[in-house]
Design a protein around this ligand. Structure first.
Ligand code: NAD
Length: 228
């Protein structure tokens, strides 16, 4: 059986290495083109990649999408810290081939984002999002907290206080959504126990994305619930 050939951008990074381990342990998959900042780009090798996974930096995105677009190779991107410029690039390139971007590739957070819709029923409560991450994380608040905030805002239809961001130790990622009234406090909490959770989600998303026939900007939730 032909193996699914993965390209990884940011291959030497914390997530890139974790993703490679998950691919090597996935039947019918191989790490075909691990690429990092210092490597010379090999366009002949890139032409054979079935799907790219990019966990690198916002600056890398333009090249990643431009290079993938040459062969319409699907891209799963987990990089965070994007400004409007990068989000516009995702929109632009996803019109011609499948691109999946999610600030958090864990399936639990995908479900949490869906669960936020139920808070519409208690929109009169006070809300606060809090996140904790390891002390090496560059962006603050986390991309996940920003996505949760956007979805919470959509659900409760009002302005919210900015997410609280704490940095320390080796925490992989804790996100909490507090809903508070005078009588009760409801907390939705997600706790990533290791980095593998994001790597497994990204590899699952990539395996799903190569089967999508239509171009489009997909999210990890679409893997579980279908495209909106
Ligand atoms: P890291 O700093 O350990 O690794 C990033 C790697 O990308 C480095 O090896 C770096 O050399 C490489 N890189 C940077 N610019 C590049 C370029 N232009 N071309 C090629 N390679 C380039 O960081 P990390 O902890 O692995 O995280 C990477 C990104 O993934 C961050 O944005 C982080 O927030 C995000 N992240 C997302 C999720 C998710 O589930 N979506 C989970 C964890 C981390």
């Amino acid at each position: 059986m032909k193996k699914l050939k993965f390209g990884i951008v940011g291959a030497s990074g914390r997530m890139g290495q974790e993703i490679a381990k998950v691919i090597e342990n996935t039947k019918g998959a191989e790490v075909f083109y691990p690429f990092d900042r210092e490597d010379k780009w090999d366009s002949r090798k890139a032409a054979q990649v079935d799907v790219w996974i990019d966990f690198s930096s916002p600056e890398a995105l333009k090249d990643v999408l431009k290079r993938a677009s040459e062969h319409k190779t699907p891209v799963v991107c987990g990089t965070t810290g994007f400004s409007k410029k990068e989000k516009d690039l995702l929109e632009k390139y996803s019109k011609t081939f499948p691109v999946l971007w999610s600030s958090n590739m864990s399936l639990g957070v995908a479900v949490l984002n869906e669960a936020l819709k139920s808070l519409a029923a208690i929109s009169h409560f006070d809300f606060q999002i809090e996140e904790i991450h390891h002390n090496k994380k560059k962006d603050k608040p986390s991309g996940t907290a920003i996505t949760l905030q956007e979805n919470l805002k959509k659900a409760v239809q009002k302005d919210l206080p900015e997410p609280l961001a704490i940095r320390g130790g080796g925490v992989f990622g804790i996100h909490k959504v507090y809903s508070m009234s005078d009588e009760e406090v409801l907390v939705f909490e997600h706790n990533a126990l290791n980095r593998t959770v994001f790597a497994k989600g990204a590899v699952q998303a990539a395996t799903w994305l190569v089967k999508q026939k239509k171009p489009g900007l997909y999210q990890i939730r679409d893997v579980l619930f279908g495209k909106k």
